[in-house]
Design a protein around this ligand. Sequence first.
Ligand SMILES: Cc1ncc(COP(=O)(O)O)c(C=O)c1O
Length: 459
Amino acid sequence: MDLRRNLPAPLKPEGDWAHIFSYHPMDVELERAEGIYYWDTEGNKYIDASGGPMAFTLPHGDPRMKQAIADQMDKFTHIHPVLASRPRADLCAKIATITPPKLNTTYLVSGGSEAVETAMKAARQHHVANGKIEKYKIMSNYQSYHGMTLATQGLSGNPSYDRYFGPMLPKWPHIHQYSDHDRPEGMPREEWAIKSAGELEKAIYFEGPHTVAAYIATPHGCGSDYGVVAPKEYWQEIRRICDHYDVLLIADEVVTGFGRTGKWFAMEQFGVEADIMTTAKGISGCYLPLGAVMVSDEINAPFEAGDAHFVHGFTNGGHPLACAAGSMAIDILQSDGLMENAAAMGEHLFSWKDKMLEHRTVADARGWGLFMVLELVENKTTMEYFDQDKGAEGLFQALAHKNGLVFYGTLYGARRQPLFKRGLPLWISPPLSITKDQIDDMMARLDDTLGEWEEQLGV
Ligand SMILES: Cc1ncc(COP(=O)(O)O)c(C=O)c1O
């Protein structure tokens, strides 16, 4: 088998054997999935080491999920949103029991990009309702990712989108999110956190606070700093700045929400409450497409009172089958103690950190809960990643498959931002049901994979 497969050129269209999302063409056709495992059509078994696209909170093939969806299907599959829907009402009520105290209203969508766009609209309408019609800009971070629609690509500070869609994207300011990489030597993280958060204040100030509606960010870094957990002081200062300038804080919890970090929502770890929260992926364990936007009581007040109408509504938003899946997902997370497991197993996962750092290509191992990011480099001193012609990513994935692991493709990092010498994030985020022995098995296979990768690349 030729392990050094390069990017297919051109990328094949969706519907073809290799999905366009697959930067590392997998000559693997999946047949079934159960627990943390996949089996391909040739009977090979793989550990789902990234939980799909950092999304699968639940074990694969859970019979309770199948039953909940089938039960709803027996009643009705879809209804027009003007009709009252028990599955939608039940899910929203259930979500309100687990969200931070002020986020009591949920608007349902089908995925993360729709959730972020809906959050943008809620922020804008909030300010319009308060007579602040000049506030419309949504600020965000460089190298972030908030979705694939045009508006969300505008938030994702990534020049590769501009290349095609530049004139069509919102052009609002971006800032640098907290990074330990840039931290001056000897400066404590807490002090650097306050300085870093000051970037937001400067950007709002120079943009004109009267024009800024909201700031959106993910709780654990982005781009080449993916998985960096800033000190709580960072987020507390961000909250203070937002309050001071009447800028709403939107926490994009599409990846971190629903238990991944050991809490329902990651911002709880910092003791900070956002005004709007966006979720998807883990909300239904991806059994069905579902996303949700939770807004504060203050934002929802004019809609609730009928003084304003929230311009919202997708044909499949609040789809009854997806709602049934979402409700059962929350029940399973609770009844199986999956969040507690994420916290406990997260500690076990991070007991492998030093072993990972022994590798010549692992510059950093960071994260929280059942979410670890390895920053892969060619050279730890210069932090440079392999030249594209070495086919390092394709080789890594091929070796991982040979060793029984499936990882999410490395979409960010050096390849995307060649100006900055940084590594390529590798995401370790298995289903939250993983056991200690399974973690050891997964990490031992990863250890072997990294060793073989280094040997074959001659590092
Ligand atoms: C933080 C974040 N926000 C939004 C999205 C977009 O979600 P979706 O792919 O469901 O549209 C993603 C997807 O990976 C994400 O990671």
